[in-house]
Ligand binder design. Structure first.
Ligand code: FPP
Length: 260
């Protein structure tokens, strides 16, 4: 696919200036943004059910919400956004929902590539992606290749992802390398995760009210601040993201130490 490259020195768009101004007016410190935000996009099914729609329609609206939040995070100046699109446990859902989700993620990867590239977004994936349908793998690979030299926000889609699976895969790689058990360190495990060069999330947002981690980035989130929003994912708007960032900024991060 031939897509025009982003401008070499992207200046801030008027929409980014307006969003940053709005965030500032709502009390966000733009100099102290979370570098990496992870999102558990929950509540699509409940959102659809409450309206008498099929669950897949909720996911479709979730896709729409994601487009807005990715652009907002990018405009605010967040460096990494990682979203939970499909977990290793989600295969337990009805077959039509599973296949519908696979197709939706593939469609999004194809249809949004131009917009993401123009916005200097770098697309990335995490998870056991080799187990998803071949056409989806191709769309994701094309997204990564096309945007690999972009310098804006890194947008990571977690597809067929599980935190325990990721840690298990890391340990397998270490053992395969012949490392003696006594020499295995935390750093070694971190270095063998799917995206070893990404910083840990500073902020994890979960929508639709549940207070669970659901096996998302469990190694990387040891000291991540969790913010739970009552809003269902399809209704989650840039102002909700700004609210979550404000909540994050009011927290005192101690990393196990004493902070006076
Ligand atoms: C959880 O809601 C959501 C998911 C399992 C899928 C997330 C997928 C999207 C937001 C669709 C678009 C994604 C991309 C990358 C285009 P749920 O179905 O568990 O909601 P419920 O708890 O209310 O049933």
């Amino acid at each position: 696919m031939s897509i025009p490259a982003p401008a070499p020195h992207l200046s801030m768009t008027s929409s980014a200036i307006a969003l940053r101004e709005r965030a500032r007016s709502l009390g966000v410190d733009l100099e102290n943004l979370p570098q990496h935000i992870a999102i558990i996009m929950d509540g699509n099914g409940r959102w659809a059910k409450a309206r008498g729609f099929a669950r897949l329609l909720g996911h479709r609206e979730g896709y729409r919400a994601l487009r807005g939040i990715l652009l907002a995070a990018s405009e605010l100046g967040v460096r990494y956004l990682t979203v939970y699109a499909f977990s290793v446990e989600n295969w337990r859902r009805p077959q039509d929902e599973v296949m519908g989700l696979m197709k939706l993620i593939e469609q999004a990867a194809r249809d949004e590539l131009r917009l993401m590239h123009q916005n200097n977004v770098r697309v990335n994936i995490t998870g056991r992606v080799h187990e998803v349908p071949e056409t989806l793998q191709r769309a994701l690979r094309e997204g990564m290749e096309t945007t690999s030299t972009n310098t804006g926000i890194t947008f990571t889609l977690a597809v067929n992802y599980g935190g325990r699976a990721e840690i298990t895969d890391a340990v397998k790689a270490i053992v395969r390398n012949g490392t003696p058990a006594d020499e295995i360190t935390e750093e070694m495990i971190s270095e063998n995760l799917y995206n070893p060069h990404q910083p840990d999330p500073d902020l994890m947002v979960r929508t639709a009210g549940e207070m669970r981690w659901s096996n998302f980035l469990i190694w990387q989130s040891a000291y991540t601040e969790l913010v739970v929003s009552e809003v269902s994912w399809p209704d989650f708007k840039p102002d909700h993201l700004i609210e979550a960032v404000k909540t994050y900024q009011a927290r005192v991060r101690k990393f196990g130490a004493v902070v006076e």
